[in-house]
Design a protein around this ligand. Sequence first.
Ligand SMILES: Nc1ncnc2c1ncn2[C@@H]1O[C@H](COP(=O)(O)OP(=O)(O)O)[C@@H](O)[C@H]1O
Ligand SMILES: [Mg+2]
Length: 271
Amino acid sequence: MSLDELERAEIGRVGRINRCERKGAALRLRNLSVTLDDRTLVTGAEVAIMPGEKVLVTGESGSGKSTLVRALAGLWPWGGGDIEMPAGAKLLLLPQRAYVPSGTLRRAANYPEAADSRSVEEIANVLKKVGLGHLIEHLDEECPWDQILSGGEKQRLAFARVFLHRPDIILLDEATAALDSQSEDRLMELLSREFKQATVVSVGHRSELEALHGRKIVLQRGRRGAKLVSDVYRNPKPILPRERPSMGLLSLWNSSLARRTFRQAEPASRM
Ligand SMILES: Nc1ncnc2c1ncn2[C@@H]1O[C@H](COP(=O)(O)OP(=O)(O)O)[C@@H](O)[C@H]1O
Ligand SMILES: [Mg+2]
């Protein structure tokens, strides 16, 4: 999305999505709609995702999946209805095109936190885990990493951030699509194994991904906006817990710095 679009929406009388903090579900959408200019892209979304659920969101190309996850991450505020999350929940979005900032690889791996906020050993261990062990010796080199790394390597680097920042809610927007299917499965399995408590909402197309998620939601394009048309549980439906476990303090994608950097990272009219 461009800054022009953001400005147009600010000037026009476009409604805003209401974001509120509430115990219970990790993410709850109440009559959520997402609008762009005068178009409704997503309409009437009602869904509750419990802590620890792994949910796959599918739908044909252009149905509004990326727009929906951007709204969930707080990056697109225009529309209507509510998005509820527990107070202090730490959320991380991995978009399809991973952002790689300038500077050292260590900075890129630890983004959006400062490069030196973690030891080289900690970052190196995570790089090994996500299949980037060959880059460890270059961690402190300043290079145009955005141009050097392949699409798949950038996606692995974005996954490294998940392991470093350990968010409570992980949004993956085709975040493994540039990898071969075996590597994609391996990363997703690793994520499920190491993040049992975390809530994962992933957008993906490969049918094999279904086995790695306990629930599947389908978004279908309609004349008045895309709707959630199917919601199927593979695992037993989780019960709303009485008390949420304590959540991390830092909300990465809710910080104005992270939002600003994200927009700078994706200056094209479409993200
Ligand atoms: N920044 C934008 N400017 C104009 N149209 C957009 C923008 N972002 C999304 N759209 C339109 O919104 C619809 C949904 O897009 P998107 O959320 O990217 O779908 P999906 O991720 O399901 O492929 C598409 O028709 C797309 O062309
Ligand atoms: Mg998309």
